[in-house]
Design a protein around this ligand. Sequence first.
Ligand code: HEC
Length: 96
Amino acid sequence: MALIGLWGSAAPVQADQDLAMKKNCSACHYVDKRKYGPSFQQIAAKYADQKNAEALLAKKIRRGGTGVWGQDVMPPQPQVSAAEARTLATYVLSVK
Ligand code: HEC
């Protein structure tokens, strides 16, 4: 039973990770260490206490931007739909 429960909760995270791979996020982001951009773990930690973090990051994911983590620029990601950006933002914030 415990195993089934684990699978149940792990599957959606895997799907979101696949989306991040498919949308090329992994070209610049690792989950657990800095690449060109900050790691998803760093991002999740930074916004852990921020109420509107999901909406903020969803917008940033599509439009790109710079200045939050240094001088490096995240280019806009027009291949990501608004709904996908929301899913990705939720996923990034859920990473521990
Ligand atoms: C070409 C490299 C590149 C790609 C591709 C890229 N990123 Fe980024 N990302 C960056 C950089 C650089 C930053 C830091 C920007 C800053 O300091 O404001 C960043 C920041 C972020 C942040 C934090 C934003 C903030 O304001 O704190 C999130 C969330 C994020 N990226 C998610 C994604 C997702 C999801 C994708 C795939 C759809 C993606 N990134 C694709 C380079 C990239």
